[in-house]
Structures are given as structure tokens and as C-alpha cells.
Design a binder for this molecule. Structure first.
Ligand code: TXA
Ligand code: MG
Length: 349
């Protein structure tokens, strides 16, 4: 299949409108279109057509029990796909939509099981990226969109990542440049009695509980020693993973740097990768050093993480040691993705 790659140009209104019309048309006909959102690039298909949703699983090589998020552009769209819309959903939408928050609600019959991986609930998100919302509206209002990577690989944060994984496998790629956030949306399950965070993201637990009170964190998420399984099917797979072995080193700053220096000594210069903060970059004289961002600018660390993992793939390193980034707000989301990418492999110093 030939993949049409279109660059979005917000300065040229006519071309942008043409691109939106084209993308909407492909989606309405049951095709696959990758497009930027504020979190990561999504791989879109009409969420209400089972054959269209099925194509997503094939293109990504995604297990069919892993449900998709339905992206909408207007609040009213919720009522067609959610059977029950609790007051808390309305409150969260008022506070955080459009934006990087996904809500899980009981689904209506309008949503085919192919979209929800057989579940009776549906994940819904209204992205803040205006081009994304325009494409969703043009496509009829309901676009299923997982991250536009091959299953298991780091999510795409620039169009080149999507091209790397999806060229020849989908109908169209909309290149909207670099995304803003770089980590996938926060997922909150509102289908039970107590709201539960199934995936941490830019909307933090504190921000959520300020609006709706008590919020729990899915036990299967962080606690790797317990028997608890993550409630979001997608969180149980090894994910976001680079080809190299990745190990996270955690602990006191000076001790982490000293341990990483020691660990990398045995490797040839070009076979070893290090991920660190800007402040620490000069502490590593050996190996390929990639700066995620300054400690004070955790947004940069979040935005750069997946790009760095992919860059190390291209360089063909054997092993990557990463500092840990337990920053004040984004830290929970960053560490969740980093440790998953590492298969929970960490050294505590
Ligand atoms: O930021 C994002 O959310 C991006 C952009 C493209 O919007 N999308 C994204 O989709 O991250 P995906 O498919 O890569 O991740 C969706 C996650 C998976 O872990 C899936 O298991 C979970 O959401 N999920 C979807 N529907 C669910 C449901 N009904 N119950 C529990 N988990 C669900
Ligand atoms: Mg994904």
C-alpha cells in the first residue's frame, strides 16, 4: 500500500483545510490515518466501524484484546458512545477537556467490540490539538486512535517516527511536527465506584482529586511485586521498549552518576548509551550520552524520552543506562514509561 504523507501548514489555511478534508474522507471510507495530537501521534480509524478498527490491530501488530481510545471533538459526542455519564465525568471534562485525559465509561451498542477489545467499557478522549479535532470532526466525530507505533515500540512524537513504523502499512500520515507533551494521556476509569488511574500522564493524581475528590492508583501499575495485574489491558505488555537492554539506576544523585560511570566502563564507546539530565551530562566521559532535559524542565524530559529511545535503536547500542527522573509533576508518568521500557529492570544505589 502506498502511504500518502502530508505536511500540515497552519500558515496556509486553504491547504490545511484541504488536508483535513482529505484525511476525513479517508477515515470515513474506513481507511487508516496517522495524525498528531498533543500527547503522541495517533493511528486513526472510524471507531464505530468494526472493520476499520480491526485494520488498526493489523497495522500495529497489536493484540486484539487491547482496547482502543475513541477520540471525539465535541462534548455532546460522549452521549452516543457512553451508556452512563456520571457527574464526575462532566466535572473532569469541564476541567481538562480538550486535553490529555482519557475517561473510561460503560459503552453503548454504537461502539463495536472490535474497538473496545471485547470490553463493555469504552475509553474516550478529546484532544486539545486543533488539527486533530478538525480531522476527527471531518471524519464523523468518532476516531479510534492508539499511538501510531508498531506494537511494543516507543510511541511516536514526531512524524518521522510514524513513517519509520507505518510507511506502506496505512493510507495516510499527517505530519504536524513535534508533539507538545510526548507521553500518552492519563487514563482514569470512572466505571466503578471509586475513580481509578489506569495510566499516569500529564494530568496528575493531584489535579484529578482537586476536581472530583478521592482517586486511586491502579495497584497493578506500580507495584511490580504484587500479583495485581494492570486494569488497562495495554499496560500489561512490555512496551515503549528499545531494542537494547535498558536499565534504570535510582538513588542519590552522586551515587547514581558514579555507578553508571562504573557500569559503562566495560563497553566499547559506541555500544553503550546513557540517558541523563542536562545537569549531569558532563559526569559521563564514556559512552553515547543523551540529555533528556534539565531537571527544572520536566516537560522536556517527558517530550524527549521516546525520541531518545528510538535514536539509540538507530545507533545500535547494546545497553542503555538511564538516570531516574522522579520529577515533581510529570515524574510518575515519566518513571512509569521508563521502567516499562526497561522491563522493570532497575538498580538501586
Ligand atoms: O495520549 C493518548 O492517549 C494516545 C493519543 C494517540 O491519544 N493514545 C494512546 O492509545 O495512548 P494506546 O492505544 O496506545 O493506549 C490506550 C490504552 C491501552 O493501555 C489500553 O489497554 C487502554 O488504553 N484502554 C483502552 N480502552 C480501555 C478500557 N475500556 N478499559 C481499560 N483500559 C482501556
Ligand atoms: Mg500505545
Amino acid at each position: 500500500m502506498e502511504t500518502v504523507i502530508c505536511k500540515a501548514d497552519s500558515h496556509n489555511k486553504e491547504r490545511e483545510e484541504e488536508l483535513i478534508r482529505h484525511a476525513g474522507e479517508v477515515l470515513r471510507q474506513g481507511g487508516l490515518v496517522a495524525f498528531p495530537t498533543e500527547t503522541v501521534y495517533g493511528l486513526g480509524a472510524d471507531a464505530l466501524k468494526s472493520e476499520a478498527a480491526q485494520k488498526i490491530y493489523a497495522a500495529k501488530g497489536r493484540p486484539s484484546d487491547n482496547p482502543l481510545i475513541v477520540h471525539i471533538a465535541d462534548w455532546e459526542a460522549v452521549f452516543k458512545i457512553a451508556e452512563v455519564v456520571p457527574q464526575k465525568a462532566q466535572q473532569l471534562a469541564d476541567a481538562f477537556w480538550p486535553g490529555p485525559l482519557t475517561m473510561i465509561l460503560p459503552k453503548t451498542k454504537a461502539v463495536p467490540y472490535e474497538t473496545t477489545g471485547g470490553l463493555d467499557t469504552v475509553a474516550i478522549r478529546m484532544p486539545s490539538h486543533t488539527l486533530a479535532r478538525s480531522i476527527i470532526r471531518e471524519a464523523g466525530g468518532y476516531v479510534a486512535a492508539p499511538s501510531a507505533n508498531t506494537s511494543g515500540r516507543p510511541s511516536p512524537t514526531i512524524a518521522e517516527h510514524v513513517i519509520e513504523d507505518m510507511n506502506g502499512r496505512i493510507d495516510m500520515i499527517v505530519d504536524g511536527g513535534s508533539v507538545g507533551i510526548g507521553l500518552e494521556s492519563t487514563i482514569i476509569d470512572l466505571s466503578g465506584t471509586v475513580p481509578v488511574i489506569l495510566r499516569p500522564g500529564a494530568i496528575t493524581m493531584e489535579m484529578l482529586s482537586e476536581v472530583i475528590g478521592t482517586v486511586e492508583l491502579d495497584k497493578g501499575l506500580m507495584d511490580t511485586d504484587s500479583d495485581a495485574r494492570p486494569k488497562a489491558p495495554g499496560m500489561k505488555y512490555r512496551h515503549y521498549a528499545p531494542k537494547a537492554q535498558l536499565i534504570v539506576v535510582e538513588g542519590n544523585e552522586a551515587a547514581v552518576a558514579a555507578r553508571i560511570r562504573e557500569l559503562v566502563e566495560d563497553y566499547a564507546e559506541e555500544k553503550i548509551g546513557i540517558i541523563c539530565t542536562r545537569e549531569h551530562a558532563r559526569q559521563y566521559p564514556h559512552g553515547i550520552v543523551k540529555v533528556a532535559g534539565a531537571w527544572e524542565k520536566e516537560e522536556d524530559i517527558a517530550r524527549n524520552l521516546y525520541k531518545i529511545l528510538r535514536e539509540f535503536d538507530q545507533l545500535g547500542v547494546e545497553c542503555i543506562y538511564s538516570e531516574s527522573f522522579d520529577t515533581p509533576r510529570m515524574g510518575q508518568a515519566i518513571m512509569n514509561r521508563l521502567l516499562k521500557a526497561a522491563g522493570q529492570n532497575k538498580i538501586i544505589v
